[in-house]
Design a protein around this ligand. Structure first.
Ligand code: FE2
Ligand code: FE2
Length: 149
């Protein structure tokens, strides 16, 4: 499954779904960090998890400015290819990183779409672009590790 997040015509809905996607990513990170054996991988994934938290914080502040409450959970829909349920069944650092790479592909896709949204002003586009840069960095690091595994 490739994520649908980023295809929302309505900007409010897009931001709400991006927050849910980042919350789903955080849950997947928790599961991955717990299951990885390599301490360096764990440390790096903690950093990436913190980036996702920052994404939810900044997008949540934007929603509050619009007079709406940000979501406090990922919700019931499957937003990521390898969410926490998939991660919980995986063993081995390579398989865990492969699963996290599919999730980063989803977050990259969602933010690539978001920066192109027709109704976004420059401030919010700047937020999307910053988040996209983080997602690209996450994916690149995972890919570089997988290349040597
Ligand atoms: Fe994120
Ligand atoms: Fe990420």
């Amino acid at each position: 499954m490739v994520t649908h997040v980023g295809t929302e015509a309505d900007l409010d809905e897009l931001v709400e779904d991006l927050i849910k996607l980042d919350l789903a990513a955080i849950e997947a990170y928790d599961s991955a960090i717990e299951r990885l054996s390599n301490a360096e991988y764990k440390g790096r994934l903690q950093e990436f998890r913190a980036d996702h938290q920052e994404h939810t914080r900044v997008l949540g502040a934007w929603m509050r400015q619009q007079g709406r409450n940000p979501p406090d959970g990922a919700g019931g829909k499957q937003l990521l290819t390898s969410g926490k349920v998939v991660l919980a069944a995986l063993l081995g650092d390579k398989r865990i990183l492969q699963a996290m790479k599919t999730n980063e592909e989803d977050t990259n896709t969602a933010y690539e779409r978001a920066v192109e949204h027709a109704d976004v002003d420059d401030d919010l586009r700047g937020v999307f672009a910053k988040n996209l840069a983080d997602e690209r960095r996450h994916r690149a690091w995972i890919e570089s590790q997988l290349a040597s595994l």
